[in-house]
Design a binder for this molecule. Structure first.
Ligand code: IVH
Length: 682
């Protein structure tokens, strides 16, 4: 369609205004409410219609139109802009005592005997920006800089889709400078780095650096494709607006105008409220989609804030309560090679002990030799160690500038460090495996630990210590031999009385009656975890057809791809594995047949997905999961928007909060039992 010089018809003017409003509303629903109401394709259609109309009638284009996010040409540099209201920093606290001292100072200065109400918010780990709106239109954005002036990053900020170019208000303030943190969600960061690595480009060390680097791009077209987001947490300069009385209300106003505020922000009372919040958010931390390094408490009443004022560069009314660092630097003192259950040999760094993420860490996995080469780790190197939540500590990177002259390269062993068997490479990758199989004591130990574990044969009392003794004393070398152990033999072991020996023997005896999926898991077939074992059991019903299945047949199961199929088929082809199975069956290991099991199975839960969390009274979580699967339901690990139900026991942790925030139905144990019964009765 040719562009028109004639004044645009009234119909086009109206339609353009309507489209912009609709698009802004969808942005608001998507970014602020986290509740998208239309499919992406529909959104794209609205945007395309607007682009077309603007192309036909260029007179209708305005800078705040949603089509105008990426407009500018690359800049030669960033201009410096002064902050009308300085951008302050925060005082830090690392302990409860420091929080109490802060609260005491606040109360003294305010002359208050009452408990203080604080706005409590997560402390985002990103880049601070101030964004200025005049009569509701975005006119300028600047980084914090030295606090009094920063860099003009307007063109880059405009490319961030979650930042409104126009506020959703009929009567916006005359001027309003909002302040917030630009950050990169973890998922976007991982994806971006993966792509950069594939192209042989530089990868970013962490999401914070990635956010900072993306924001400081001279070419806004580059910023536009980086997955940046902003959470707003305050205001700077403001005029022509009746300020609310509290900070928390200010945040609500910002959200109503389409400025994304953090959903975990809330109001707490007194230091007990603050510390409770710190702990709650600390629990959620590892599972949040973005990185935070602490929480912030702000005196909620703006009058009190003004009364308290500012010292040097930080306000007296706010405090950052930091989490223990998740990243620390230490030295690699040695590298050992550990042999796992399937013979995979993993390099493990022995570290000079360092306190990180709240615990002392002295080992970190190096995953495999590829990783060692890629990160160029040597013995003697200073390395950054990271520990997030319950995750195994990892080496993030080497501090090359600190490498000593005698740093020693790490070499992959050519023989198994435990049994001296040959070492084989796994399909050309950097993964190496001991070829000793069950001849290798390390593999034997791990295989037996796995066999006895809770999710497999579930033999209570047969822990790592007992198993290690049984193997070292050569009382047991295969799983079937466990069933021949006598009370007398068990009682001989260290720290094992007559009574616990008898209990253990009974537990071993009881475990003979098991289920098919548990048995499959216990065999320790490479690549076969709980979900795959379950899928195999459901598909084949019993052992015989599974043992005979071809790789093609195996791949008919949706969960199973060519690699897993090859492992399963190879496992059952090995004579000694069939031998192990026969020996177990001779020892009396058995499970109810498929016919009996399917008699009470139904598919009432078909199409429903469940997450089970917390401690249940009447059953274990695994039993609850089994009940769900038996009724055709799907059990998943983490709560998503599509999850049908969260079954929630005592002390649920972060999954409950997530379910509530997504509006996923939560069932307590009684409700869950009722649901099970209803399906039994029908
Ligand atoms: S308030 C006067 N709230 O932390 C108050 N800051 O160490 C100044 N930050 O420069 C900021 N999350 O970049 C505030 N919820 C939050 C925050 C937050 C992260 C950053 C911000 C600031 C730095 C101070």
């Amino acid at each position: 369609m040719p562009e028109s010089r004639a004044p645009p018809p009234a119909g086009a003017i109206e339609r353009v205004a309507q489209l912009r409003k609709e698009i802004e509303t969808h942005n608001y629903r998507y970014y602020v409410l986290d509740e998208p109401s239309i499919p992406d394709a529909e959104y794209d259609r609205l945007l395309r219609e607007l682009t077309d109309l603007e192309r036909r009638f260029p007179a209708l284009v305005v800078p705040e139109s949603p089509t105008q996010r990426v407009g500018a040409e690359p800049a030669a540099g960033f201009r410096t802009v002064p902050h009308m209201v300085p951008m302050l920093s925060l005082e830090n606290a690392f302990s409860e005592e420091e929080v109490k001292a802060f609260d005491r100072r606040v109360r003294e200065r305010l002359g208050s005997d009452n408990e203080i109400r604080y706005s409590a918010e997560p402390k985002l780990d990103g880049v601070a920006v101030g964004i200025r709106y005049e009569n509701g239109i975005l006119v300028r954005a600047a980084t914090r800089g030295d606090g009094t002036s920063g860099e003009d990053v307007t063109q880059n900020i405009r490319t961030i889709s979650s930042v409104p170019l126009r506020l959703m208000s009929d009567a916006p303030p005359v001027t309003l400078e909002v302040r917030g943190e630009v950050y990169m969600p973890r998922s976007g960061f991982a994806e971006m780095n993966k792509r950069a690595q594939a192209r042989g480009e530089k990868v970013f060390v962490n999401p914070r650096n990635a956010a900072a680097g993306s924001l400081r791009q001279l070419d806004p077209r580059v910023t536009a494709i980086r997955p940046l987001r902003v959470f707003f947490y305050g205001i700077g300069e403001v005029s022509g607006w009746n300020m609310p009385a509290t900070h928390s209300e200010t945040l609500s106003r910002l959200a109503e105008w389409g400025l994304c505020t953090n959903p975990l922000s809330t109001v707490v009372v007194g230091t007990a409220g603050c510390v409770g919040y710190y702990e709650r958010v600390g629990q959620l931390r590892a599972n949040l989609p973005y990185e935070i390094d602490g929480v912030v408490y702000k005196v909620d009443a703006l009058r009190s804030q003004r009364q308290l004022g500012t010292v040097s560069r930080a306000p007296r009314w706010a405090l950052a309560h930091k989490f223990p660092a998740q990243e620390e630097v230490t030295i690699v003192e040695a590298v050992d090679f550990q042999v796992g259950r399937t013979g995979v040999i993993t390099p493990v760094a022995r570290l000079r002990p360092v306190f990180v993420g709240g615990v002392t860490v002295s080992n970190a996995t190096l995953h495999n030799m590829d990783e060692v080469v890629r990160k160029d780790i040597r013995i003697g190197d200073s390395v950054a160690i990271r520990r997030a939540g319950d995750v195994i500590p990892e080496v993030v990177r080497v501090l090359r500038e600190r490498r000593p002259a005698d740093a020693q390269a790490i070499e992959a062993p050519s023989r198994c460090p435990v049994c001296d068997s040959d070492v084989r490479k796994v399909d050309g990758k950097a993964i190496i495996r001991c070829s000793g199989g069950l001849f290798c004591p390390a593999q034997r130990k791990e295989a037996l630990k796995h066999f006895a574990s809770r999710r497999a044969m579930d033999i209570e009392g047969l822990g790592d210590r007992v198993l290690e003794q049984l193997i070292d004393r050569e009382l047991v070398s295969t799983p079937a031999e466990l069933f021949r152990l006598t009370v007398e033999e068990l009682a001989e072991l260290d720290r094992m009385g007559e009574k616990s020996a008898a209990n253990l023997q009974r537990a071993i005896d009881r475990s003979r009656t098991t289920s098919f999926p548990r048995f499959l898991l216990a065999l320790g077939i490479p690549e076969v975890g709980e979900a795959t074992a379950q899928a195999l059991a459901e598909y084949f019903g019993d052992l015989l057809p599974l043992q005979e299945a071809s790789e093609e047949e195996l791949q008919k199961i949706p969960e199973i791809g060519p690699i897993v199929a090859a492992e399963i088929s190879a496992f059952f082809r090995q004579r000694h594995n069939r031998e192990v199975i026969r020996a177990l069956q001779r020892a009396g290991v058995h499970w109810p047949s498929a016919m009996a099991a399917s008699a009470n199975a139904a598919d009432d839960f078909k199409g429903l997905s469940f997450v089970v969390t917390g401690k249940l009274e009447t059953m274990t979580r695994d039993e609850a999961r089994q009940q769900i699967r038996q009724r055709g339901g799907k059990v998943v690990e983490s709560v998503a928007r599509q999850t049908s139900y969260l079954v929630c026991g005592d002390k649920p942790g972060s999954k409950l909060a997530k379910a509530e925030s997504y509006g996923v139905k939560v069932l307590n144990e009684v409700q869950f039992l009722k649901l099970l019964q209803r399906n039994d009765d029908e």
